[in-house]
Design a protein around this ligand. Sequence first.
Ligand code: CA
Ligand code: CA
Length: 380
Amino acid sequence: MMMRLFRNIRLLVLAGGLILAACRDADGPSSHRGDAQRADQAAGAQLPEKARAGSPEAHQNSVHPDSVPEGMVYIPSGSFLMGGKSDQASPDELPRRSVQVAGFFMDRTEVTNREFAAFVDATGYETVAEKPIDWEAMKTQLPPGTPKPPDSLLQAGSLVFHATDRPVDLRDLSQWWHWTPGANWKHPEGPESDLEGRMDHPVVHIALDDALAYARWAGKRLPTEAEWEWASMGGLEDPKYPWGNAPISESADKANFWQGIFPYSNEQADGYLRTAPVGTYPANGYGLVDMAGNVWEWCQDKYRSDTYQLETTPTDRMNPRGPDTSFDPSEPLAEKYVIRGGSYLCNDSYCSGYRVSRRMRATRDSAFGHTGFRCVKDAE
Ligand SMILES: [Ca+2]
Ligand SMILES: [Ca+2]
């Protein structure tokens, strides 16, 4: 009973937003869809032609090839319509608005196990998932009076995905996320698993502070949410996905996601049940791989459900860096940060995270078997 209770508490803290988001995507109220369409039309009508998507002029700016750091690509400056555009758009993706982003460098791939191992070898860094849970910190994000679980449940671990044995109610994510002591980046499915054959897969079970520590060591930083969305578009005209608008049912050769009935039956039409080696699928127009799928990627911005509504002036929309405070109505006490791009678990029935505009969030101490990151660097 206590185990079940705690698991649910932990899941709520770590991943509560996923539940509501999934409901919206799978079967959102029709009023939301109408709102999305009206917002699209209004936004499009108010903006000059070149701001309706990545402007062709913007793509002409470039840097000398010698100045591009190894493993990175240059993302040109430009303005674009940021936010949801299809009837899958969640309310937190609205309203669409024109955003400007300065040029920057971005890692071509998600950070791999090989790269993260080099960081750990050089620094001795220990990830959040490798340390016991700090109850004093955790309880500040839970309803007052939540009882302290036994110490046996506060040992180091992370959340590991397990497929269910039948189709299930998608509102209860404790059915497929299992709290697993000993799971961390070196042991992705728990203590008995390792990285053999997976050094070129994206690192997972990475909390925000782990990603920030790596970025500092590498002389880089995490992308803003706006940079991430702009880069994922690859210079295309207002695409739904990094590859364009080819429907998800015909795109198993374009990204690593979930084909079949989530979280029960994975047809693996894309060849992978869990993570895939980075770069298995084609790059987008900027040369970036796996922007959609494989693993979710941390951004530096705090998450608010109403972030886009709060950006009301042109200044707000120039290189936006996110709000000063976080707010997720489903968990008002939890400070959350944005993650982007979806993972090998994404499916249209669930998160549709492979859409370029899709927003998701997690607390900074969250580590999952489907979350990693990539870095960016300012172009000076
Ligand atoms: Ca897959
Ligand atoms: Ca990704």
